[in-house]
Design a protein around this ligand. Structure first.
Ligand code: ADP
Length: 542
């Protein structure tokens, strides 16, 4: 028809699709999880938009329906969600926009070809995973609030088409034309099994329509509303992967219900790996806020930025369903929830920190983020400080402030630290020589945030924190390990530092008895010409 438009996929999509289509999978059933999750998100978004904008809500008994058609060899996933405009179809299904898929596509660049299928299983690649089981996919969608509908269609071979369509109600139908080897997804028992396994926690009912009968496959119980004893480890892990686009096991799972003055359920996770969305990128917490199960927003900043690595859901009874953006910003309910949730996460970390080995992966993934709390959160500073871990001149591995204090020498009054760009430069720094000579431990800091927090913390257990580069440090109350009758260790350190700094320009730097009032003198080695010395001087001073 003359309304048919053909578009090429973005280069990244082409590459991704090629891989999805040609790889072999153990877990290709996850395509259904991806499509059901998208449908559920779309329903949540429509419900939320209906509260604040001129958009009709989905009917209260709306379901996601999965309909296999054996004669046509199609599988249709239909929702009454927010839908997509023509432009959104092109943007969402024609390019790689979301961070998870982009990270996946980048990670394909590394690693061996034979590892790639399992990567797909772990990540899920969202909508595109439909091409694992289908050789043609059509998406007919009508955006809530709009009259027109559009059909997106593709065989996953480099291009897609867009065409005007009709649809009575807002929402989306995704029709998969199944590949020959994907017959199993025409069987309702198989579909039922996959939905129970992967989509049980989805709060929108998922119905499988088969031979005129409709059966609801998922329990639809929001996992976080269940009691701990009712939830298996596998269900927690599956939910964790769903909310955070993760593919590992959580390092910590916190599930509790607050009752009394404040009522909420929370299910939080600390990831076992650093997520692909760099911790440095998005600074705000993305914890999801639900009100009586319904998803409201992930922009309520339910945790401070220095706990932004925590993922999950908080579901409260104490806000109205039609809570507005302005209200979210002003309500004391959220302030209280924020305080309670922050306290709970810190107490979990405090408990887990007692097990040094178990705590280490957490620290290596998220330590630099946690450190930000020292300068961002005055109130929590005292709770955060013992949770920090450091490299040190005295011990291998990680150490903590309480342990450092236990090791302090007689007469040592301060906690010493040295900040530099990288750990190797730190360990060999001449700044440390004087401290080494006296057996005084120095914490070695090389994270970006280390330039800021020690001064903010100021003291730990009454001991001031001092940078070893600060002038006027007095080590004289601490006995030196060995008296060698030569210059004091602090002068050695100065000399070593000068040698390093001037390595290109001078042959040697030595202590001397010759000077009384001046600090430094240049001397020519073996009677070199004065002119040469002057040039050296000028260069060194540049
Ligand atoms: P993700 O869902 O992780 O963002 P996908 O590739 O699965 O990535 O989907 C890309 C985008 O397409 C979604 O973010 C969403 O905006 C849109 N989308 C997908 N399926 C639907 C749907 N059933 N209804 C409305 N929008 C959808």
């Amino acid at each position: 028809s003359d309304t048919l438009e053909r578009h090429e996929f973005g280069a990244e999509v082409g590459r991704l699709l090629d891989l999805v289509v040609h790889a072999l999978y153990s877990d290709r059933e996850i395509f259904l999880r991806e499509l059901v999750a998208n449908a559920a998100d779309a329903m949540d978004r429509r419900r939320f938009e209906a509260l604040t904008q001129a958009v009709s809500a989905p009917s209260p008994d709306a379901t996601i329906t999965i309909s296999p058609d054996k004669a046509a060899r199609t599988l249709t996933v239909a929702d009454a969600g927010i839908g997509m405009t023509k432009a959104e179809l092109a943007q969402n299904l024609g390019t790689i926009a979301r961070s998870g898929t982009r990270a996946f596509s980048q990670s394909l660049g590394d690693g061996k070809a034979e590892d790639k299928p399992s990567l797909i299983g772990q990540f899920g690649v969202g909508f595109y995973s439909a091409f694992m089981v289908a050789d043609r996919v059509t998406v007919t969608s009508r955006r809530a609030g709009a009259d027109e509908a559009w059909t997106w269609a593709s065989d996953g071979q480099g291009s897609y088409t867009l065409e005007a369509a009709t649809r009575d109600e807002p929402g989306t139908d995704i029709v998969l034309h199944l590949k020959e080897d994907a017959d199993e997804y025409l069987e309702s028992y198989r579909l039922d099994h996959v939905v129970r396994k992967w989509a049980d926690h989805i709060t929108v009912p998922v119905a499988i329509v088969s031979e005129g009968k409709t059966e609801t496959a998922n329990q639809g119980t929001a996992l976080w509303r269940k009691s701990k004893s009712e939830v298996t480890k596998e269900q927690y892990t599956e939910f964790y992967r769903h909310v955070g686009m993760n593919f590992d096991e959580p390092w910590a799972t916190l599930h509790w219900r607050a009752e009394g003055a404040l009522e909420f359920s929370a299910l939080l996770f600390i990831p076992g790996m650093k997520p692909f969305q760099a911790v440095e990128g998005e600074r705000a917490s993305k914890l999801r806020l639900h009100v009586r199960r319904m998803f409201i927003t992930d922009e309520a900043e339910l945790l401070p930025t220095w706990l932004r690595f925590v993922q999950g859901v908080v579901d409260t009874e104490d806000l109205p369903l039609n809570v507005s953006r302005e209200m979210l910003q002003a309500t004391p309910v959220l302030t209280k929830i924020r305080r309670a949730v922050t306290g709970r996460v810190l107490s979990e970390l405090t408990t887990r920190a007692k097990d040094a080995e178990g705590y280490q992966p957490f620290w290596e993934n998220f330590g630099p983020v946690l450190k930000e709390g020292i300068y961002e959160d005055y109130e929590r500073r005292a709770e955060i400080a013992p949770l920090l871990r450091f490299r040190s001149s005295a011990v291998d591995g990680w150490t903590s402030l309480p342990d450092y204090v236990l090791r302090m020498k007689d007469g040592q009054e301060a906690i010493y630290y040295l900040v530099a760009d990288d750990a190797d430069a730190l360990a060999s720094s001449p700044q440390l020589e004087g401290f080494r000579a006296r057996g005084v431990e120095v914490l070695l800091l090389s994270d970006h945030v280390d330039a800021f927090w020690p001064e903010q913390l100021g003291r730990f257990e009454e001991k001031p924190l001092r940078s070893v580069t600060q002038g006027g440090l007095d080590l004289s109350k601490i006995a030196a390990g060995e008296e060698n009758g030569e210059a004091p260790a602090s002068v050695d350190a100065l000399i070593a530092a000068l040698k390093t700094a001037l390595a290109k320009d001078v042959a040697d730097v030595r202590t001397t008895d010759r000077l009384v009032e001046s600090a430094v003198v240049l001397s020519a080695s073996g009677g070199g010409p004065d002119l040469q010395m002057q040039r050296l001087l000028r260069r060194a001073g540049r």
